[in-house]
Ligand binder design. Structure first.
Ligand code: ADP
Ligand code: MG
Length: 697
């Protein structure tokens, strides 16, 4: 049965099929339900009148009461403007119009009382309000007190008279009709515990708040609900996996003992030991592991991955490691092979460029169980790749893989799902992790191996390029290698490619004695690889590249990272790039080059990079600057399309909602108790109508 909320908005008075289609196209609002959940993004305060002497340019919209005392037309032709002096008993302010001058000046009368509403701005040393709303003061508008909601709309909609006010009217129309249909979705116990107002009341006051206090209560209630249901769903998923999905039990750790005693190249950090323990615990427990391993660049995830593989391989099972690029898969393979060879374990690499004959051998080795460890790109999830018994599947740099690919790995085994370990080097703020990976258990490596020198980061203007070149020369003389990175935002951008080539040439001129590698996205994989290898083998001293080197590349002798046009990179990317240096014993440097002209946001990014090496701190700033949708890459942003809550601000509320959901499920895992009936009904209605839910897992 289609519900009231599924009714198309075209049936509203004043809408009709054409406007409905426009609203659908511009704002993706199609139904009554969509419209009700199109929340205002800000409010204009019409709860009080300010005095002209009280206002300043930092204030948002203000409402004034007073009299027009002077009307002038200033300037000629296109510079013509209408300047009106607006006075009250405390002083006066200028109102300015640049358009519609004849109409406004005809309307305004000296000596009449008006209500003015607008945004004060500083104009030289004076304050003015450009294009304010102005109405004759009446007993009605003098008494009225409310917060004016402001809704997102679009230019095309405004051209059809669908501005914020018009949307507000439509929403009022729906809200009146919806009166009987809006049900409470939370049990009384939770509402009481968190002091939440009733749903219907909250919806009304989020759209038509009569004062600030009610608005805040309404927003709090709706945010809580939104976060609560997401967490409830994720936690339910997690519980049902624990119940349903048995895991293979791995107990034999003889290989581990041998590796620890004879081959461990360094002491593990306490953080590495702790996460290994957590992962071992999962793989011995009899339930399928679904764990996220977070660790900043250089924190030593590879050895952790290998040690985890050992538990599985000790019992005769197999392990795989999937990386997002050929280069990374190659590096993982080299790294893991070094360890595997010491123990005599069969290991193979499978990528898109593996030859057919080689591929055939690998397929056989996997089926017979001779190959214990398979490293590769997404080539290893193709259906033709069959294992004898895959016990552990590791995914590196998860944010590049879609959720569907995670699911495909699950099915690599016939009877039991393999244990899944997702590794990510991009530190994710806790709120995001809780939402994106809320169904996973999380382990964090929050400690760097001992003896690392923190990377020194500097911001330099382009004018100082010669000095930077001088510094690079000195480092090369000490035997170090250097990365110079150019932005290539779109792989196809010709302009960016030209920047890179120009940069390469100027470096070639400045460093005539050095060998220089160049790597960019337009090159063939073999050529890229060849150039990379030259740098790895220290045949070249400088690597000029685009962000293709962003992830994972490990050249411990490279100690300087110069980032050109650094203002064009996001924080996460800058941090990833910087992580390419600081991998050896030497002091490392990251130099961020920019022009003098910088936006405020770019400045914040650069200052953050200079201030801290801590990935989690950087991730938090990033979240505040960009909002959650951008951070994880577009392919997953659907998960984070929240209607009212804001993951960069509502951290505490998210934690509270998660705790509430967790307590509730502990008490009533099936949601079968009568007092939780409205939760169950709400989940069912969400399943039917909201696309987001399907995308979450
Ligand atoms: P990431 O977490 O970025 O994948 P890697 O696993 O590549 O980091 O490790 C970075 C470097 O640190 C490697 O050269 C690795 O051998 C080294 N390393 C890892 N763990 C330790 C440790 N406990 N002590 C010293 N060096 C370590
Ligand atoms: Mg790594």
């Amino acid at each position: 049965m289609p519900s009231f909320f599924d009714t198309s908005i075209e049936f509203l008075k004043g809408v009709g099929p054409q406007k409905a289609a426009l609203i659908g196209k511009e704002l993706s609002l199609f139904t009554y339900g969509d419209l009700i959940q199109h929340y205002p993004f800000r409010y204009e305060d019409r709860t009080k009148f300010y005095k002209t002497s009280e206002i300043n340019a930092d204030m948002p919209f203000v409402q004034l009461k007073g009299r027009v005392t002077k009307i002038d037309t200033v300037g000629e032709l296109r510079k013509k403007r209408l300047v009106v002096r607006f006075s009250d008993d405390s002083g006066h302010i200028e109102l300015v119009w640049f358009k519609g001058i004849p109409w406004i000046s005809k309307k305004l009368k000296l000596g009449v009382d008006y209500v003015v509403f607008g945004k004060p701005t500083a104009y030289g040393r004076k304050l003015n309000i450009a294009h304010p709303e102005i109405e004759v003061l009446t007993t009605q508008n003098e008494k009225i007190s409310f917060l004016q909601p402001v809704y997102h709309t679009s230019e095309k909609m405004k051209a059809r008279f669908l501005d914020s006010r018009a949307l507000s009217k439509l929403i009022r129309q729906v809200m009146v009709l919806a009166e009987r249909h809006i049900n409470e979705t939370l049990p009384a116990r939770i509402s009481e515990q968190f002091g939440l107002i009733d749903k219907k009341f909250a919806l009304w006051h989020v759209h038509f708040p009569s004062n600030n206090e009610l608005l805040q209560k309404a927003q709090f209630r709706l945010k809580f609900e939104e976060l609560f249901f997401i967490q409830l769903r994720l936690l339910k998923l997690k519980i049902s996996r624990i119940d349903k999905f048995k895991g293979q039990v791995f107990k034999d750790s003889k290989l581990l003992t041998s590796f620890y005693n004879d081959h461990l190249p360094f002491d593990l950090t306490n953080a590495q030991k702790r996460v290994i323990k957590e992962i071992y615990h999962d793989m011995k427990s009899g339930r399928q592991m679904n764990r996220l391993l977070q660790g900043d660049v250089g924190s030593g995830k590879t050895i952790v991955a290998f040690i985890c593989m050992l538990l599985v391989v000790s019992s005769g099972s197999q392990a795989s490691m999937m990386a997002p690029t050929e280069i990374l898969a190659g590096q993982h393979y080299e790294g893991l092979k070094e360890y595997a060879d010491k123990l005599g374990l069969g290991i193979a690499k499978l990528t898109g460029s593996t030859k057919t004959s080689e591929r055939k051998k690998i397929h056989e080795g996997l089926l017979s169980g001779e190959i214990k460890i398979l490293v590769g790109t997404h080539a290893l999830i193709e259906d033709t790749v069959q294992f004898n018994n895959l016990g552990l599947a590791i995914i590196d740099e998860q944010h590049r893989f879609g959720v569907a690919q995670r699911a495909k790995l699950w099915n690599k085994n016939r009877n039991v799902y393999p244990h899944i370990l997702v590794m990510t080097a991009t530190p994710i703020p806790r709120t995001l992790a809780m939402t994106l990976y809320g169904d996973l258990d999380v382990s964090v490596i929050d400690e760097m191996p001992a003896g690392r020198k923190p990377i020194k980061t500097l911001h330099q203007y382009d004018a100082k390029r010669l000095e930077v070149f001088g510094f690079m020369k000195k480092e090369i003389q000490k035997g170090r290698q250097i990365y110079v990175v150019y932005p290539l935002i779109e792989e196809s951008s010709k302009l960016d490619l030209k920047d890179l080539m120009d940069g390469y040439e100027s470096i070639a001129r400045a460093f005539p004695e050095q060998h220089i590698s160049i790597v960019h996205g337009k090159m063939k994989p073999q050529d890229k690889d060849f150039e990379m290898q030259r740098f790895v083998k220290h045949e070249t001293q400088i690597m000029v590249a685009t962000t293709v080197i962003e992830v994972g590349v490990n050249v411990p002798n490279a100690s300087v990272m110069v980032i050109e046009n650094a203002e064009r990179f996001g924080l996460a990317q800058l941090h990833q790039l910087r992580g390419r240096v600081g991998r050896g014993a030497d002091q490392s440097y990251c130099i961020l080059m920019t022009d003098y002209r910088l936006s405020k946001e770019a400045r914040t990014r650069l200052e953050t990079m200079v201030r801290t090496n801590n990935g989690f701190e950087i991730a938090d700033v990033d979240l505040k600057l960009r909002g959650p949708g951008d951070i994880t890459g577009t392919q997953q942003s659907g998960v984070l399309d929240l209607l009212i809550a804001d993951l960069s601000k509502d951290t505490k509320l998210l934690q509270a909602a998660r705790n509430a959901a967790s307590d509730l499920l502990e008490d009533d895992p099936e949601l079968s108790k009568p007092e939780n009936g409205n939760i169950l009904r709400h989940i069912q209605s969400l399943k039917k109508s909201v696309v987001n839910w399907g995308r979450i897992s």
